[in-house]
Design a binder for this molecule. Structure first.
Ligand code: HCA
Ligand code: CU
Length: 368
């Protein structure tokens, strides 16, 4: 489990995240999100694809003026107009993409492989001539013939591209397939490799971490996993997993995660998932009697990490699953002490009310 010490995170909340159905951020929301991402400590921030609409263009202009530590990236196609936008705005980096799979070549571009190579070559040369730092993404890389993918990668590398990114555009990789693909590409190329995973099978986070294990330098994420369809790996899961499970320490302000996700959830106007890892409402909530009893004694019994490490609090739910120890603990925190017999009676009452899923202190006082 060896990572390069210089692994990087690219946040795409403002670009791919705004491609989430139902989402359109205001420029002010984007400014607040970009600043918060910078405080958190991501390495790259994708500001948006200026060619999408006048407001995205303006947002990229405004965001590009912010004083951030993160590298700023404009997104765009391998066409001169998109490259000109990035240059006109003055964004230092451009993330340029072109679909390389047979499906993309045939249905998106109607070109042969050699025509595709020529198009890509002329676009990346144009971008480099204009002084851009370039990350070239092979869109749908995971469904691209490996020899052609290597040919594309080596060609863009020879043209001076700074980073080569593999997009698992429809999320069809598995961790093992990611390892195989990334190891091969890393061994065939010299420039750092990026990986952009999608969550269509719920494996985006696992695949992205496998990519890093296999030698990728950078992975793409979004706050709350926003993105087309089922989205990208979640920033919180990826960075906390890297910290806790892979021992990559001190790179990120993990305590900012609840605030950052609240900011993005309110701007996206989407309902947050209660069972989302790290930042979901239930992530540090315990319910069954046996669990609560153990957690009260030793939180690690049912917690992989402490809630405090990510500025969260532990919650213990009282409902029909509650046991004696959990109820006793709750009553004690309310400053009440009752006899064993009273405890039994109260518990019985609680268990006769399956419709009540979270007893509040006041309600407990009333039955007592
Ligand atoms: C897109 C597709 C993309 C591109 C990734 C990238 C993908 O929305 O344009 O350019 O890095 O998943 O392939 O997000
Ligand atoms: Cu994508």
């Amino acid at each position: 489990m060896i990572f390069e010490s210089n692994i990087e995170i690219l946040d795409s909340t403002l670009r791919e995240g705004e491609q989430t159905p139902g989402v359109s951020f205001t420029i002010d929301e984007k400014i607040a999100i970009a600043k918060a991402l910078d405080v958190f400590g991501v390495d790259f921030i994708e500001l948006g694809h200026p060619g999408v609409s006048p407001d995205v263009y303006e947002a990229v202009e405004v965001l590009n003026e912010l004083d951030l530590n993160a590298k700023k990236v404009a997104h765009g196609r391998a066409v001169n107009s998109d490259i000109n936008d990035a240059v006109a705005i003055g964004v230092p980096w451009m993330g340029m993409f072109f679909g390389t799979s047979p499906l993309s070549l045939k249905h998106k571009f109607n070109v042969t492989k050699s025509e595709a190579l020529k198009r890509i070559e002329s676009a990346v040369k144009y971008g480099k001539d204009k002084g851009l730092k370039l990350r070239f993404t092979a869109e749908d890389a995971s469904r691209t013939d490996i020899d052609f993918l290597i040919q594309v990668g080596q060609m863009v590398q020879n043209c001076g591209v700074d980073r080569f990114s593999l997009a698992d555009t429809v999320g069809c990789l598995t961790p093992a397939k990611t390892t195989e693909l990334v190891s091969r590409i890393v061994s065939e190329m010299d420039i750092p490799i990026h990986v952009h995973c999608h969550n269509d099978f719920g494996m985006a986070t696992a695949n992205a971490l496998s990519a890093l294990e296999a030698g990728a330098r950078c992975i793409d994420v979004a706050v709350s996993g926003l993105g087309e369809r089922c989205g990208l790996p979640r920033l919180a899961e990826v960075t906390v997993a890297l910290t806790e499970l892979y021992d990559v320490r001190g790179k990120w302000n993990l305590g900012q995660l609840p605030q950052l996700s609240k900011l993005v959830d309110s701007a996206s106007r989407l309902e947050p998932n209660a069972n989302q890892p790290i930042i979901g409402k239930n992530a540090f909530t315990h319910k069954a009697g046996l669990h609560v009893k153990a957690v009260v004694k030793e939180p690690q019994s049912y917690e992989a990490i402490s809630p405090e490490s990510v500025h969260r609090k532990r919650h213990l739910v009282i409902d029909k699953y509650t046991g004696k120890a959990a109820l006793k603990n709750r009553l004690e925190t309310m400053g009440m002490s009752v006899s064993e017999q009273e405890l039994d009676t109260i518990l019985k009452e609680i268990k006769y009310h399956p419709e009540k899923v979270a007893w509040e202190d006041e309600e407990l006082r009333r039955i007592i």
